[in-house]
Ligand binder design. Structure first.
Ligand code: NDP
Length: 239
């Protein structure tokens, strides 16, 4: 029997790309979204629709989802992974960076949940896997806005989980610690990047995107009546 459709936002690098590979290897048709479409296409995954979508553009996001559903059937799993981490001090950080993080990490995630939930509820099944963070359960200096967005993702995930539990739809939050990806490179302060790299070295290094993808697939592939609500996963040495 053919496997159902999985949608992954921010699949052009890091954790999203690794989850895409694992879901594809498990036989799922995919809709992959990101701004760098060429990186999505370069993965050359079978039964995969790649669309250049900025997730803050709700119309484009919903259009791509409807297009994929017409090809592959209803969305069975939405992985809300697209994210920005722009670290900075509350006193000096450009406020546009706060806005961008809240737009991408929080509001776009809520919009995409809204785009699939009604159909999932009417079918009585489906899974939304939100990528939160250890920064969504624990604070770190220079992470005020980023932690704010990830605490929001964890709170939103748990709230919606309660709202839709009786319908059979699962909402999950996956909270990684430091993972070796492009994420840190978007921070503009060289000093903060250096301090982050030193912290990473002091804990014995980060885990990799494969570790997160394996965990995401494990969470999703449980029987529909089992909901792994939240997982925290980090390097053993991380404090
Ligand atoms: P990357 O920077 O490697 O990946 C981020 C992804 O998000 C890219 O595919 C990027 O695609 C996409 N993205 C960013 N902004 C937008 C946008 N406006 N529209 C569409 N796509 C967008 O980082 P990670 O793989 O590490 O991050 C993935 C998720 O994991 C994020 O939510 C992050 O917060 C979370 N996380 C990461 C941790 C880490 O240490 N790496 C730890 C805990 C959580 P493109 O630029 O092509 O649009």
């Amino acid at each position: 029997m053919s496997k159902p459709l999985v949608v992954i936002t921010g699949a052009s690098s890091g954790i999203g790309a690794a989850i895409a590979q694992h879901m594809s290897d498990a036989g799922h048709p995919l809709l992959l979204l990101a701004r760098r479409q060429e990186k999505l296409e370069a993965m050359k995954l079978p039964n995969t629709l790649c669309r250049q979508v900025d997730v803050t553009d709700n119309g484009a996001l919903t259009k791509a989802i409807r297009e994929a559903e017409a090809l592959y059937g209803p969305v069975d799993c939405l992985v809300n992974n697209a994210g920005k981490m722009l670290l900075g001090s509350i006193e000096t950080q450009n406020t546009e960076e706060w806005r961008e993080m809240f737009d991408v990490n929080v509001l776009a995630l809520m919009n995409s949940m809204q785009a699939v939930l009604a159909d999932m509820k009417s079918r009585g099944c489906g899974t939304i896997l939100n990528i939160s963070s250890i920064a969504g359960v624990k604070t770190f200096i220079n992470h005020a806005a980023y932690c704010g967005t990830k605490y929001a993702v964890s709170a939103i995930s748990e709230t919606v989980r309660e709202e839709v539990a009786a319908s059979g739809v699962r909402i999950m939050a996956l909270c990684p610690g430091a993972v070796e990806t492009e994420l840190l490179s978007h921070t503009t302060s060289e000093e903060i990047i250096k301090a982050y790299e030193e912290w990473k070295a002091s804990i014995g290094g980060a885990i990799n995107a494969e570790d997160i993808a394996r965990t995401a697939l494990f969470m999703y592939s449980q029987p529909q009546h089992v909901n792994i609500r939240e997982v925290q996963i980090a390097a053993t040495g991380q404090d």
